[in-house]
Design a protein around this ligand. Structure first.
Ligand SMILES: O=C(O)CCC(=O)C(=O)O
Ligand SMILES: [Fe+2]
Length: 174
């Protein structure tokens, strides 16, 4: 869904995000709110995380009002991808999180690749700044998603160099 946030809203949101501290525990920098996701244990329930900041509460309420979630999402991970950084193929933790996962893209575009675990089908989806991507049903539970760790992506007019991308992913904790 391109154009979910206009330019001014994107600018405000990325400024708010950058005033908060980043964690450098992974290869890419992250911020966790509501509940901390433990990448080693693959679960939520361990260490606590700061509460959702005001910007995240309003995004969560909007996602609920628009019908993407049956209640406002209460877990947020902000990811920062510098050119060359990505995320390996995964399905977001099934026992931890509810049936919808939403991701808002900021600053720069990237290609997210969905792959079907048995058929091996690969579907690239271009995520542009200001867009909302909501994964539900098979896209949430069956297909894996990844962002290839590379510095450019194939685009409509040849290769498009990536810039710094920040994404906000929101989920409900079960
Ligand atoms: O950066 C994104 O848009 C997706 C991040 C993601 O897949 C995740 O945090 O589980
Ligand atoms: Fe994910």
């Amino acid at each position: 869904m391109p154009g979910w946030l206009d330019d001014a809203a994107q600018r405000r949101l990325s400024q708010d995000i950058d005033t908060a501290p980043w964690s450098s525990q992974l290869r890419r920098r992250v911020q966790h709110y509501g509940h901390r996701y433990d990448y080693g244990r693959r679960g939520v329930g361990g260490a606590s995380a700061p509460p959702l900041p005001a910007w995240a509460v309003s995004l969560a309420n909007r996602l609920h009002e628009e019908g993407h979630f049956d209640r406002p999402p209460d877990q947020v991970i902000v990811n920062e991808y510098l050119p060359g950084q990505g995320i390996s193929a995964h399905v977001d933790c099934v026992p931890c999180f509810g049936p919808a996962v939403a991701s808002v893209s900021l600053l720069s575009a990237c290609v997210m690749e969905f792959t079907h675990p048995e058929e091996g089908t690969r579907v690239p989806v271009r995520l542009v700044p200001g867009s909302l991507c909501v994964m539900t049903g098979p896209a949430r539970f069956t297909w894996r998603h990844a962002i290839p760790a590379r510095k450019s992506d194939p685009g409509p007019d040849g290769r498009m160099p990536r810039g710094r991308r920040v994404s906000v992913t929101m989920r409900t904790v079960l």
